[in-house]
Design a protein around this ligand. Structure first.
Ligand code: FES
Length: 109
C-alpha cells in the first residue's frame, strides 16, 4: 500500500499533517483516524451529512477535481458556508497525485 502526506488546517488554526495516509482511503477516514478537529463523518462516508466539509487549497483544486451531482446536493445543505473550493472529505479518495494535499476544515454547520 502506498501512502501520501496530507495537511488539514483546523478551525483553530492548528495544522495537522498526516505523513502516512494510505492511498485508497478517503480524506475523511484519514482525518478521523488522526483526530482532526471538526471532521465528524457522521454518515460514515455515505455523502449524506456534510460533517466532513473541507475547503480545498486553491493550488490543489484542479488535482482534486469538482464534486459530482450527489455531492453537490449534499453540499447544498450547507450553502451558508459553501465556497467555490468546498468538497466533502469522504468523497476525496487519496491517490498518489494528491501527495501534499492541503485543505482547511470548514466551520460547523
Ligand atoms: S461523512 Fe457524511 S458526507 Fe462525508
Amino acid at each position: 500500500m502506498n501512502t501520501v502526506t496530507v495537511t488539514l488546517v483546523q478551525q483553530d488554526g492548528v495544522e495537522v499533517t498526516i505523513p502516512n495516509a494510505p492511498t485508497g482511503a478517503s480524506l475523511m477516514e484519514v482525518a478521523k483516524a488522526n483526530a482532526v478537529e471538526g471532521i465528524l463523518g457522521e454518515c460514515g462516508g455515505a455523502c449524506a451529512c456534510a460533517t466532513c466539509h473541507v475547503y480545498v487549497d486553491p493550488q490543489w483544486q484542479e488535482a482534486v477535481g469538482p464534486p459530482d451531482v450527489l455531492e453537490e446536493m449534499t453540499l447544498d445543505g450547507v450553502s451558508h458556508i459553501l465556497r467555490d473550493n468546498s468538497r466533502l472529505g469522504c468523497q476525496i479518495l487519496l491517490r498518489e497525485e494528491l501527495d501534499g494535499l492541503r485543505v482547511a476544515v470548514a466551520p460547523p454547520q
